[in-house]
Ligand binder design. Structure first.
Ligand SMILES: [Zn+2]
Length: 287
């Protein structure tokens, strides 16, 4: 009797292990693409995920908040984030990355070469060196593959300073993600002067979904730029009652004048797009 019980228990255990393994294999083979604008307060953090691969654009202002968010969206067995893109070295974009570098294996880090003189930036650079993470300078034309999705770096193009600069926003890494008929444009904190340079240079910035520059500052999202991008949806990553008054009414008015739907992380929390396959439009999921 005891012998039979042991056999049953072992069979049950085997079945449970097989089910867990099948679940992991199914999860990692999924083709759907997820783009999640994480609600990290006043800052930016965007998680792009397909199967077991992730790209994280910026880390927001708090490691604790970011780790909690990643814990929610990245499966517990996946301790690797393939690519981190740090758009520029401001605190509201890189502070959260410190905890990511400590807790996940990061294969490569793409960044602008413009540097900051802040203590935080020094800490971040030291950690990158200590972890021996491969740093790649962002240059227009560079591409990152994610199964059927592809991300291209659109800016900086040409000469970028390699030392400390006063206005790091100017050198924000701008990327475009394309998945079939779906496209997303991420512009960091790029100001309108640089947006307009891209317009004049004839860069293909058209995208269905735009991550609005600089948390909806009035100095980003120029009319010329919005005309060129021609998005349906605009996402503003912004903290409740932030001290900068973001998003500015002027920027909101320009978005509305272009008949663009506005979605804000301070009002909606995490904003997630689920893109089932390349032939279908990405759907926004309520969280
Ligand atoms: Zn910012």
């Amino acid at each position: 009797m005891q012998y039979r019980k042991t056999i049953y228990a072992m069979l049950l255990l085997l079945l449970i292990i097989s089910l867990i393994l099948a679940g992991i294999i199914w999860y990692e083979k999924r083709q759907d693409l997820k783009v999640i604008f994480l609600d990290v307060g006043q800052g930016d953090a965007i998680l792009i995920e397909q199967g077991s691969k992730q790209i994280l654009i910026d880390g927001g202002p708090s490691g604790q908040v970011l780790m909690e968010k990643l814990g929610r969206y990245v499966p517990f067995w996946d301790r690797e984030i393939e690519t981190v893109i740090a758009t520029h070295p401001d605190q509201d974009h890189i502070e959260g990355l410190l905890d990511v570098l400590k807790n996940y294996k990061v294969d490569s880090l793409i960044e602008t070469t413009a540097q900051s003189d802040s203590q935080l930036y020094k800490k971040y650079e030291d950690l990158l060196a200590q972890k021996q993470i491969q740093k790649i300078a962002a240059v227009a034309g560079m591409k990152i593959k994610l199964d059927q999705a592809e991300m291209e770096i659109l800016s900086p193009a040409g000469e970028v300073p390699t030392g400390i600069v006063k206005d790091t926003n100017m050198y924000s890494v701008v990327t475009k993600l394309v998945f079939g008929q779906n496209s997303f444009l991420f512009t960091g904190d790029l100001p309108d002067t640089e947006e307009n340079k891209m317009v004049q240079a004839g860069v293909d910035m058209s995208a269905r979904i735009l991550k609005v520059g600089h948390h909806g500052s009035k100095y980003s999202s120029s009319n010329e730029f919005l005309e060129k991008v021609h998005p349906q949806d605009a996402i503003i990553s912004v903290g409740k009652n932030n001290r900068f008054g973001h998003p500015a009414q002027e920027a909101l008015d320009r978005l509305l004048a272009h008949k663009i739907n506005i979605f804000r992380t301070d009002e909606l929390g995490d904003i997630e797009y689920d893109c089932e396959n390349i032939k279908l439009n990405c759907q926004m999921i309520a969280n």
